[in-house]
Design a protein around this ligand. Structure first.
Ligand code: GLU
Length: 199
């Protein structure tokens, strides 16, 4: 089982995300990744196969990724090999949406066929990638509506974290049958797949 962490607040997100993921390492994983939106609205994504330390070194403990909103993920592969392309966060073709996912989308094959027939191009072998394309398809400027519309199409288990480059002040999380907790603070909010990432 993998780990997910999300943060929005006044502090730099990447070091907080790496710290949260480090507290979830005990759950097991094969790769890790983070996504952060900069103050200029740029979505930055970094991933690494293997230990979290590899990712952390690659981004200098998070210092390379400027921004106060972000997602972190450690993956335990269920669909597709443990490699960079299959690791999370997954990003939509237009570079607007980033998604992290813990769980299994049971109806991903049917969704993938539907999305392919509509012209969406898949990069990974994961069940998760259908989610970014669904978000892209349903987004008309209201992120929450797109997330709820997308979630309504998913069967299986999921805890999801979603970012949209158009909405640098909003982070979304949604769950079904996978653990997800919220940490609601003053001027900052968190979510994670386990309380150990928040304490
Ligand atoms: N099913 C997804 C994948 O294989 C998520 C796995 C996980 O929970 O880490 O990429």
């Amino acid at each position: 089982m993998c780990g997910i962490v999300g943060f929005i607040g006044q502090e730099q997100a990447a070091p907080i995300l790496l710290d949260g993921l480090a507290h979830l390492e005990y759950r097991g994983y094969d790769s890790a990744g983070v996504a952060v939106i900069s103050a200029q609205g740029k979505l930055q994504v970094k991933k690494a196969v293997g230990r979290l330390k590899v990712l952390s070194e690659q981004i200098h403990g998070g210092a390379d990724l400027e921004g106060c909103i972000g997602l972190g993920h450690t993956r335990w592969a269920t669909h597709g090999a443990p490699n960079i392309i299959n690791s999370h966060p997954h990003v939509s073709e237009n570079g607007k949406f980033a998604v992290i996912h813990n769980g299994i989308i049971e109806n991903y094959a049917a969704l993938r066929d539907e999305l392919k027939s509509k012209g969406f191009v898949f990069q990974s072998e994961t069940d998760t990638e259908v989610i970014v394309h669904l978000l892209d398809m349903y987004y008309t400027g209201d992120l929450k509506a797109a997330v709820l519309h997308t979630a309504a199409r998913l069967e299986g288990s999921y805890a999801l974290g979603v970012l949209c480059a158009d909405q640098p002040g909003t982070i979304c999380a949604v769950k079904m049958a996978s653990p997800l907790i919220l940490g609601v603070g003053v001027g900052e909010n968190f979510f994670a797949s386990d309380v150990t990432a928040l304490v």
